[in-house]
Design a protein around this ligand. Structure first.
Ligand code: IMP
Length: 431
């Protein structure tokens, strides 16, 4: 068994899609297990750029079973736009399937997300305004609509009867927002049923059971990152799902005993979009330099990303809560032109000098924390053509060895540029 989870081990945008794309070639089944169209996964193949939001990037290979699991939330119009775009570019989507248990993002979820963000002033989360939080809230509150509900008129009617009266009261009285009639919602749902029809996979239990029996190689594709996890991230500045390795089990329908590897994808530095604590954030020209060279602007929202030095304290925490077994380091080439590099090895409380080697999960404390850094010499050369570890300059090797030592798990993949062939694969879990 080699089944492997790919999870972001920072605040998202770590370059998971590239790693997923590389390993998908060797996998038989690729499952996206959480999140929704808040994700923006960019893959570059033969200098062509593909941007994914919901669809697993494994669709770029033929004959893989690509599955969007029950842990996801799907906005039908965005899904339609994404799939149409891929089809126009010649991508065959016949192997793409959706769990009937995935939850649908409805128009009012997007309305509520927008209003909440626009009215919460300095308390805003900085969400992608894609309706993610309100959709997951309804799912957990048992006010959601699942993909399978769209194909059963009686069930859909009764779901809407249960949901709409209360939802409309909240929309009108709390948010001062547009309300939706039942007829309107039925019309939307009919459209959605058509959108999902070619993809819904009612036989998913059989399909996944057979995949396990036949020892097929399964790749679980996470979205966002561990530090945005609803339970273990920097709450409330998080998304509303579980990107951690354990989320792959709940969100895919394949239990934890079938998972062997969890690859934590981390940049050689760190970024975050939206609000929330960020101990190693660089608000100076060094941060600006990383943002410019790294092209650090959101795929989904275009927002500039906040940039900072690699945080080993946070990474060690991700190893624990994410169940990481190895790291994939991405965008190390972005650091080609720095005289010196820093890595955060501990946090220090400015008020009393207290040192934290383990990540303090009380984020109220983070305003008072400053990073304790170890400094490294830069390599000041272009490493974007390196094919093996041996091709890397000595200072890059020293930097990577130190990351391994500080985080406590091995680095098995190093990405030195956006293209598929700009990758050093030390060990492929599927080979
Ligand atoms: P939401 O997921 O849209 O509710 O946004 C909640 C937080 O997660 C915000 O800080 C977003 O910027 C962040 N976020 C959501 N999706 C991504 C992603 O794919 N990459 C990076 N940050 C994300």
């Amino acid at each position: 068994m080699r089944n492997t989870v790919i999870v972001g081990a920072q605040w998202g945008d770590e370059g998971k899609a590239k790693i997923t794309d590389l390993l998908a070639e060797y996998a038989d089944v690729i499952i996206r297990y959480q999140g929704g169209c808040n994700a923006g996964h960019t893959v570059v193949v033969n200098n062509e750029t593909y941007k994914f939001h919901l669809v697993p990037s494994g669709v770029l290979y033929k004959n893989k079973f690509c599955f969007i699991g029950a842990g996801t939330v799907i906005h039908p119009e965005t899904f339609l736009k994404e799939t149409e775009e891929l089809k126009k570019r010649g991508v065959d989507l016949s192997s793409l399937k959706i769990s009937p248990l995935a939850t649908i993002t409805l128009p009012y979820h997007i309305d509520i997300d927008g209003i909440s963000e626009n009215t919460s002033g300095k308390n805003k989360i900085g969400t992608t305004k894609k309706g993610i939080g309100p959709t997951y809230s309804d799912k957990v509150g048992r006010y959601g609509i699942k993909v399978q509900d769209l194909y059963d008129e009686e069930a859909l009617n009764s779901r809407l009867d249960a949901i709409l009266p209360l939802k409309n009261k909240i929309l009108e009285k709390v948010y001062g927002s547009k309300i939706y009639t039942k007829d309107e919602m039925i019309k939307y749902c009919k459209e959605y049923a058509k959108i999902f029809e070619p993809y819904i996979c009612s036989e998913w239990v059989d399909k996944l059971t057979k995949s396990l029996k036949e020892d097929k190689k399964i790749l679980f594709e996470g979205a966002q990152g561990i530090m945005l996890d609803i339970d273990y991230g920097t709450y409330p500045y998080v998304t509303s799902s579980n990107p951690i390795g354990g989320g792959a089990a709940t969100g895919s329908g394949i239990g934890p005993t079938h998972i062997e590897n969890v690859i934590g994808v981390t940049k050689a530095y760190i970024t975050r979009v939206g609000e929330g604590p960020f101990v190693t954030e660089l608000k100076d020209e060094t941060g600006e330099k990383i943002r410019t060279i790294g092209g650090e602007f959101g795929t989904t929202t275009g927002r500039p990303r906040r940039c900072g030095w690699f945080d080993a304290v946070l990474s060690r925490y991700c190893v624990l809560v994410g169940g990481l077994t190895q790291m994939a380091i991405t965008k190390i080439d972005v650091l080609n032109d720095f005289d010196e590099l820093k890595v955060c090895t501990a946090y220090k409380d400015k008020r009393n000098g207290k040192i934290y080697k383990d990540y303090p999960t009380n984020i109220n404390l983070h305003n008072y924390l400053e990073p304790v850094y170890e400094t490294f010499k830069g390599w000041k050369s272009d490493i974007s053509n390196a094919k093996t570890i041996e091709d890397l300059p000595e200072n890059a090797k020293i930097y990577l060895n130190k990351l391994e030592e500080l985080v406590g798990i091995p680095i098995k993949i190093i990405s030195v540029g956006p293209n598929r062939d700009q990758t050093i694969i030390i060990e492929n879990p599927f080979k």
